[in-house]
Design a protein around this ligand. Structure first.
Ligand code: PNS
Length: 161
């Protein structure tokens, strides 16, 4: 078998919409930060969709929420995720999966990203305590004046209060 080339610095990207970051996201990012030398949290911006937070606000909230993770940085991106990976010499995509529906959504994207540029994806099963938490539910609860503090990092809770 051919020798597998291992990069000197092992980099991963945790892509997502992060509108806003939740404690479920933070758990996956923290686990990725333990497995890789550098982790880039990449906020995908869909120009046709207006979110609750702007891209810059989402990046700011991620940066504040990941303050204790020195090997984690956050950016916005547009275009293909695999192009970002190639530009920044990132070899692996890390994504959390909460449910079978998430796996069904993630599998073809993972296979396509590998086919496009050879970028592999690691799917991390979410911790059970976060398997029902999503950014959309957080937005809905906060929009109706409910308490989201158990589900989001403190900077997000403060911003939504
Ligand atoms: O939070 P989400 O909805 O799971 O995030 C989806 C995101 C932003 C990670 C995904 O849509 C993405 O990677 N968009 C960039 C465009 C792209 O590369 N699409 C996948 C082609 S296989």
């Amino acid at each position: 078998m051919d020798q597998v080339q291992k990069p000197a610095v092992r980099r991963a990207v945790c892509p997502g919409s992060y509108d806003p970051i939740t404690l479920g996201h933070l758990d996956v990012i923290t686990r990725a930060a333990g497995l890789f030398d550098e982790v880039l949290v990449a906020v995908g911006i869909n120009p046709d969709k207006r979110g609750r937070f702007t891209g810059a606000e989402r990046v700011q909230l991620i940066t504040e929420s990941c303050r204790e993770l020195p090997n984690v940085a956050a950016i916005e991106f547009t275009g293909l995720l695999v192009d970002l990976c190639v530009d920044r010499e990132i070899g692996t995509i890390v994504k959390g999966v909460r449910t079978a529906a998430d796996s069904t959504y993630e599998f073809p994207m993972a296979q396509m990203n590998r086919r496009l540029k050879g970028i592999d994806t690691i799917l991390v099963p979410s911790a059970p305590e976060w398997s029902f938490v999503s950014s959309s539910l957080v937005r809905e609860i906060a929009g109706h004046g409910g308490d989201v503090t158990p589900f989001v990092p403190q900077p997000v809770a403060e911003r939504l209060a």
